[in-house]
Write a protein that binds this ligand. Structure first.
Ligand code: SF4
Ligand code: SF4
Length: 112
C-alpha cells in the first residue's frame, strides 16, 4: 500500500504535505507533487494536511492511473521537503475538473 497524489494537486500545490512526511518521499513537478510509492511508509499523516484533498490511499478504487503517474514522475522529479508559497491562483484551480488533460506538465519542479 501507499498514498497517492491525485488530480486536484495540479496547479494547487500548496505543499503542506511535504513538511509532515517522516520519510521525505514527495517529489516536485512544475505544477504538482507526487509520492514515491516505494518510499511511502503508509503512515497517512499527509492526507489530512492537504488543503486540496489531493492525497488518497491506494486502497481507494480507480486510482491506478495516478499510482502509475506517482511512480513514473517520482523517478524523474527532484525530492522536496521544504514548503514554499502556493501558486497565487491555487484557490481558483481547487476543484476544477479536467486539470490533468488541460494542465499536467512532466517538467521537473524546483526541488529543495
Ligand atoms: S498539500 Fe495537497 S495540493 Fe498541496 S502539494 Fe501536497 S498534495 Fe498537492
Ligand atoms: S503517507 Fe506518510 S510516508 Fe506516505 S507520503 Fe504521506 S506522510 Fe509520507
Amino acid at each position: 500500500m501507499t498514498y497517492v497524489v491525485v488530480e486536484n494537486c495540479i496547479k494547487c500545490k500548496y505543499m503542506d504535505c511535504v513538511e509532515v512526511c517522516p520519510v521525505d518521499c514527495f517529489y516536485e513537478g512544475e505544477n504538482m507533487l507526487v509520492i514515491h510509492p516505494d518510499e511511502c511508509i503508509d503512515c497517512g499523516v499527509c492526507e489530512p494536511e492537504c488543503p486540496a484533498e489531493a492525497i488518497k490511499p491506494d486502497t481507494e478504487t480507480g486510482l491506478e492511473k495516478w499510482l502509475q503517474l506517482n511512480l513514473d514522475m517520482s523517478q524523474n522529479w527532484p525530492n522536496v521537503t521544504v514548503k514554499r508559497d502556493a501558486p497565487p491562483d491555487a484557490k481558483a484551480f481547487d476543484g476544477v475538473p479536467g486539470k490533468f488533460d488541460a494542465y499536467f506538465s512532466p517538467t521537473p519542479g524546483q526541488g529543495d
